[in-house]
Design a protein around this ligand. Structure first.
Ligand code: SF4
Length: 918
């Protein structure tokens, strides 16, 4: 070999030489836990590669290897990317001017601490507000949640900010995390990729769709555009954007019309047999029928005994009873009057007549024959809907989801392998849940806390012996809410951020509203539906805003200018903790640099998709002066305690008029020194999860360092883990809702069944007591084009936007995908700069002309940072961020606030715009 050849070989060998290999993952809101091998030398990460460490779970079902995506495979590039934050910064010019000075950690924390102490003293602790995040993993979230909890601050519910909340699932099932493990997809016979684009957004999991197809499953993609995921399917069903409810209801109509419905499934699992008073459309309740009867005891008509019979609350098994699914019956009420009652199924049949395929086709644009054929096919096949988080972002996304759930119900498609709906996928990690309840470290304390919880569960359960463990778990969560920090952010935005005027605009709202949005808010608050959760209240001015690992100025529905013009002037201090200089960090007063994955230890939040722990070890020291969030908030606790002592603010009352102290804040944060390091915290979470049964014995920190991951061994004792309602077996994929179907465990809804009739007066007022289609309100104004979105191929939100390697894989600038026809009629060519505008605002973006988009639709994928647009104005300028008024309903059975769950959320998809060449 020549000298040159040897030198090049040496260079190559050196390139791939390392000193240390650790496990890492990325702890993003990608809903994945991909284990990577991270190779480092001389204190630098050299490269990473997917670690194929998963065992096969079920014989015949492909394993999950390799789980990875291009963002994760280029993660290490971001550690030293130009946008990386390396030092604490203080603003020296106007907010947003980009003028900064580097300061010491001591100065930065001192300034933050002074602002917090002052805010507590002047306005109370609820004037200190944190934006919750789902980025960064559990060791990003836990520190600020712990700190906020100790001082009595407010944390704005993350799902109310990012609207990943599948409201239609919650309305139907009483829960919103309904996803089986992704390998369960292999058991499917008919896959409907619906309102999702997994080839972009679920890269580590999408192979199961292909593998299921090779295994014999048919794959159908239902989307308005010929999306990249359409290529995975056998059939593409083009549908007019936001008409999915009409399409789903039409398939339901066909199934009922042709007698293809799974009758026993509907009788057992759903509210179809429950009786409704025909004149009021209200469920017949025991207190209607007998004096002193229960408000939540419902009835059906037993066809065997031909008699009114109480529907059991403690089981879904009708046993010897044969509940009627049709007919009209007379019932004498407690006041002696006689009323006509009908099963919900009768009302549903009537509703579905509005969606016979020929009529539905006029709404959704799908040929009636396609509707009929797909309906028939689903009625005889194990069918799964692969849904993403697109639907929740539509104004009437709840109606679409309720219709999809109805479609699964009439075809008997949940609770058995290969069925159900893949949406939100939160699992339980009990050690994390127990963390804040422990008064000291160690397993003995864990056992004491768990015994206390079991006692509370037993006590709640004894008040309602027919409640399932899951229902009791939700009740337990509810009882802890008022002493917590969480608040649905819609109220914060309404009272403090200038959204009232926008949300009151009738022309952008649901035209069936009879009153202004403000009227509904006032009514809901007056009725106490959100009592104790509206924080900070209208009379408390927010003083300090903490933003940790999230980016509201990029993402805020309703335009970043709404926040900057209305909220920012009220704030004494804006403090951002992040790894990179985001659009939000640019608007801060103090910026604190955080360590990235690979520079600190971390756990991804528990996800049912992989059903495995996502573990990320520290491979190298953080760049510059960056610190982990645990270190930051531990140090801030010490600083607040110090500054509070100096200013004499040691005691105060929190928002519930309960006394709080700041003179023990530092020791409370670390539990008297037990949690000085994040390693100790992770170790405790894992040990406690083993104790609680959510992790196997090899779920220790040491074992994770050696193996990279472990599979969960149970659902744990808390909701949302229990909401999966599935057996966890070492050699079987995990199938959501198995307990409901196999063991007849009731659903946590008002009626204890999958509930399609919501007999709340506001739902009746909206004519949404049953699922239906409604046109998207004219959000943004009366314009001809519908702007839709979705996650881009290249980033997880904005997190990887600054990654030089990834930005080299695409045009490197934001683009709007415009149909060839719309482009032609407007004189727009590929690559032209265009203006997207409506009555809310405008921005400029490069056009990508593509035949895959239907005329009338424009797609702008999500995640571009404002600085990538001229004038720093991006897509949120044209998104009014309207909130569906109906979601202000609360205290109706299962429609009540839960963290990450039921609450009003803003819509950002399907706004109306016009585009023109600049
Ligand atoms: S970014 Fe998410 S999906 Fe991609 S490799 Fe990392 S964990 Fe997996």
């Amino acid at each position: 070999m020549t000298t040159t050849g040897t030198a090049s070989l040496d260079r190559y060998r050196k390139r791939w030489s390392w000193e240390k290999a650790t496990f890492g993952t990325h702890c993003l809101n990608c809903l994945a836990t991909c284990p990577y091998r991270v190779f480092s030398a001389d204190g630098k990460v050299l490269f990473e590669e997917p670690a194929a460490v998963f065992d096969q779970v079920e014989a015949g079902v492909p394993d999950m290897n390799p789980m990875s995506c291009q963002k994760g495979s280029a993660w290490s590039v971001q550690l030293t990317a130009p946008d990386r934050l390396l030092h604490p910064l203080r603003r020296v010019g106007e907010r947003g001017s980009g003028e900064w000075e580097e300061i010491s950690w001591d100065e930065a924390l001192g300034e933050a601490a002074d602002a917090i102490v002052e805010a507590i003293d002047l306005e109370g602790p609820e004037s200190v507000v944190f934006e919750e995040t789902v980025e960064g993993g559990l060791l990003t979230q836990a520190p600020y949640l712990r700190f906020a909890g100790l001082i009595g601050a407010v944390t704005l519910d993350a799902n109310g900010l990012i609207n990943d909340f599948p409201a239609g699932h919650h309305i139907t099932f009483g829960k919103f995390s309904c996803a089986s493990s992704v390998d369960d997809t292999f058991h499917t016979e008919l896959i409907l990729i619906w309102h999702s684009n997994p080839s972009y957004t679920s890269i580590p999991y999408a192979h199961y769709i292909t593998e299921a197809r090779y295994h014999g499953s048919r794959v159908v993609c239902i989307a308005p555009d010929y999306s990249p995921s359409s290529l995975m399917g056998d059939t593409y069903v083009p549908i007019k954007a936001s008409t999915d409810a009409a399409f789903a209801l039409s398939m339901c109509q066909v199934i009922l019309e042709e007698g293809l419905e799974k009758t026993d499934f509907l009788r057992s699992q759903t509210d179809f047999p429950l009786l409704v008073i025909a004149s009021t459309r209200r469920f017949l309740r025991a207190n209607d029928v007998v004096s002193g009867g229960k408000e939540d005891q419902f009835y059906w008509w037993d066809e065997v005994a031909n008699a009114l019979t109480e529907a059991p609350r403690g089981t879904l098994d009708p046993e010897a009873v044969r509940p009627a699914l049709s007919g009209k019956f007379s019932v004498t009420l407690v006041d002696g009057t006689t009323v006509e009652v009908v099963p919900v199924a009768e009302l549903m049949r009537e509703r579905l007549q509005e969606y016979v395929p020929e009529r539905a086709s006029e709404i959704c644009g799908v040929n009636p024959s396609v509707i009929r054929e797909l309906a028939r096919e689903a009625s005889r096949k194990r069918t799964k809907i692969i849904e993403g988080f697109n639907t929740p972002k539509y104004y009437h996304g709840d109606l679409m989801e309720r219709a999809m759930c109805l479609f699964l119900a009439v075809t008997g498609n949940w609770g058995v392998p290969g069925t159900g709906i893949q949406g939100l996928a939160l699992a339980g990690l009990d050690g994390y849940m127990l963390f804040g309840m422990k008064q000291k470290p160690g397993v003995a304390e864990t056992i004491r806390v768990m015994e206390g919880i079991e006692g509370a569960i037993a006590s709640i359960g004894s008040q309602d012996p027919e409640a399932s463990d899951e229902m009791v778990g939700y009740e337990l969560l509810q009882r802890g809410l008022l002493s917590g920090t969480a608040s649905p952010p819609a109220f914060f935005h309404f009272y403090h951020c200038g959204y009232k005027e926008t949300w009151n605009r009738a022309e952008w709202s649901d035209p069936t509203m009879k009153r202004s949005f403000e009227d509904y808010v006032n009514d809901a608050v007056r009725r106490g539906w959100w009592g104790g959760l509206v924080k900070p209240g209208p009379s408390t001015d927010p003083q300090v805003l903490f933003i940790v690992a999230t980016n509201p100025i990029r993402r805020q529905r309703g335009g970043s200018d709404t926040l900057l013009q209305n909220l920012w002037p009220k704030l004494e201090k804006v403090i951002v903790v992040d790894t990179r200089m985001s659009a939000t960090a640019l608007q801060a007063d103090i910026v604190l640099p955080a360590a990235m994955q690979y520079e600190r230890i971390n756990l991804q939040y528990a996800i049912t998709h992989s059903f495995r722990v996502g573990f990320s070890d520290q491979a190298v020291q953080p760049q510059g002066e960056a610190r982990s969030e645990w270190q930051i908030f531990r140090a801030l606790s010490e600083k607040v305690q110090e500054r509070a002592a100096a200013q004499g603010v040691n005691e105060y009352l929190d928002g519930r008029r309960q006394p709080r102290r700041l003179d023990n804040l530092a020791s409370a944060f670390t539990l008297n020194g037990a949690y000085e390091s994040e390693e100790a915290v992770v170790d405790q979470w894992l040990r406690d999860s083993i104790e609680a049964g959510t992790l196997p014995e090899d779920g220790t920190l040491q074992s994770l360092r050696e193996k990279g991951t472990t599979r969960f061994s149970g659902l744990g004792m808390f909701a949302p883990g229990l909401s999966l309602a599935a057996n966890v077996e070492p050699d079987k994929t995990v199938t959501a809702f198995q307990w409901h179907v196999e063991d007849f465990v009731p659903f946590p809804t008002l009626t204890h069944r999958a509930q399609f009739l919501i007999d709340h007066p506001w739902f009746q007022e909206a004519d949404e007591d049953l699922p239906r289609h409604k046109d998207t309100p004219k959000m943004g104004g009366d314009y001809p084009l519908l702007l839709t979105s979705g996650h881009s191929r290249w980033t997880v939100h904005a997190v990887s936007m600054g990654n030089p390697t990834l930005s080299g894989t695409h045009r490197g600038e934001p683009l709007a995908i415009v149909s060839a026809e719309d482009a032609r009629s407007r004189g727009i060519s590929d690559g032209d700069l265009i203006k997207v505008r409506n009555d809310r605002g405008s921005y400029e973006i490069r056009a990508k002309v593509a035949p895959r988009v239907r005329p009338g639709q424009v797609i702008v994928y999500n995640g571009w940072e404002p600085h990538m647009f001229s004038d720093w104005k991006g897509p949120n300028e044209v998104e009014p961020g309207m909130v569906k008024w109906l979601h202000l309903v609360s205290r109706y059975g299962h429609l009540r606030y839960l963290p990450f769950g039921w609450q009003p959320v803003p819509a950002d998809r399907a706004v109306f715009v016009e585009v023109a060449k600049v």
